[in-house]
Design a protein around this ligand. Structure first.
Ligand SMILES: NC(=O)c1ccc[n+]([C@@H]2O[C@H](COP(=O)([O-])OP(=O)(O)OC[C@H]3O[C@@H](n4cnc5c(N)ncnc54)[C@H](OP(=O)(O)O)[C@@H]3O)[C@@H](O)[C@H]2O)c1
Length: 299
């Protein structure tokens, strides 16, 4: 392993967009020494004014700290940045990559890290910049355990809830993408149903309060019941069958149409129920829609 010069700062942040600049500022506010690099150097100025050290290249940023967070737009940018770096200059450093990408993207970058002798930790930020540093902010990590454990306390300054999901670099990104898919489908459903509520004279805040009551129950109970049924492979339609739900969907869809609204989220749910009916699952529980997503495969 090549021995690089001793680092000067605790952590480096590569990428100072909405998320990267918030990560850097939060670390500075919590007493960490921080090196920053951004393609557009201008964006580093306000951080330098509050104590950040600006690196002149990504290579210098990585050399400056034992651990660097990469938080640029996408993997194209990650490869442009890291691809130009001499591998020997980053050996023995830890890189925490929090850029949103696919499982294939993560695998390719982890292979680069192996060649570079870098401790690679992949992850996903389950929060907006406004929540960074708060107890409810969540960041998932997986990959090189030594790299994570060495910097665990420092990373905890960014998110009150952080989890190391194991040494498989793809685990954190998979969980991150699954949770994002859930979050955005739910948000889409909320926005769509708010349109119906508003068209009927209910204010968006009042409707949000009503939705909160169904999130705590019955949705929470529904999620756990569906999860148990999926795990057990038991989809008996003892509560409400898929056929019953298909009829209910018609009333909802007709009301959206009457109000001149679109209902893409509801239509997607309805499409799943119809796929399930076509597969002969009409008499099963609504959780059997899971089998419509997986083409029948079990969890
Ligand atoms: N914002 C969020 O709420 C949030 C939440 C979770 C995860 N994320 C993820 O965090 C990452 C960054 O998001 P963001 O909201 O900070 O994005 P952003 O505000 O658009 O910032 C993008 C950053 O990427 C840099 N960049 C883009 N293309 C580049 C290239 N070819 N070479 C070098 N640098 C390049 C930009 O540099 P310039 O300043 O030079 O343009 C900027 O620093 C994304 O992968 C996003 O999915 C964001």
């Amino acid at each position: 392993m090549t021995s690089n010069p001793a680092p000067h700062t605790d952590i480096s942040i590569i990428g100072l967009g909405a998320m990267g600049s918030t990560l850097a500022r939060t670390l500075l506010e919590r007493g960490a020494s921080v090196t920053v690099w951004n393609r557009t150097a201008e964006r580093a100025k306000s951080l330098v004014n509050v104590g950040a050290r600006m690196a002149t290249s990504p290579e210098a940023a990585i050399a400056a700290s034992p651990v660097s967070i990469v938080i640029v737009l996408d993997y194209k940018a990650v490869h442009e940045i890291l691809g130009s770096i001499a591998l020997s200059s980053v050996a023995d450093r830890t890189i925490v990559n929090l850029v949103t990408g696919s499982v294939a993207d993560v695998k390719a970058l982890a292979a680069w890290a192996d060649r570079a002798d870098v401790r690679y930790v992949g992850g996903g930020i389950m929060s907006y910049p406004r929540d960074i540093g708060s107890p409810s902010a969540t960041i998932l990590y997986s990959g090189n355990e030594k790299g994570f454990r060495e910097h665990e306390a420092l990373l905890l300054k960014l998110a009150g809830r952080q989890a190391f999901l194991g040494t498989d670099v793809t685990t954190a990104v998979t969980m991150y993408l699954a949770l994002l898919a859930y979050y955005f489908s739910s948000l889409g459903a909320f926005l769509e149903s708010t349109a119906l509520a508003c068209a009927s004279g209910v204010s968006a805040p009042d409707f949000a309060s009503m939705v909160e009551t169904i999130i705590s129950a019955p949705l929470q109970g529904g999620l756990h019941d569906a999860a148990k049924r999926i795990a057990a492979g038991d989809f008996r339609g003892d509560q409400a069958t898929i056929d019953v739900h298909v009829d209910g969907n018609v009333s909802m869809q007709e009301t959206f149409t009457e109000k001149g609204l679109t209902s893409c989220m509801l239509d997607a749910f309805d499409q799943y129920t119809k796929i399930a009916q076509t597969r002969g699952l009409g008499k099963e529980d609504i959780s059997a829609l899971y089998k419509a997503c997986t083409r029948g495969a079990q969890c």
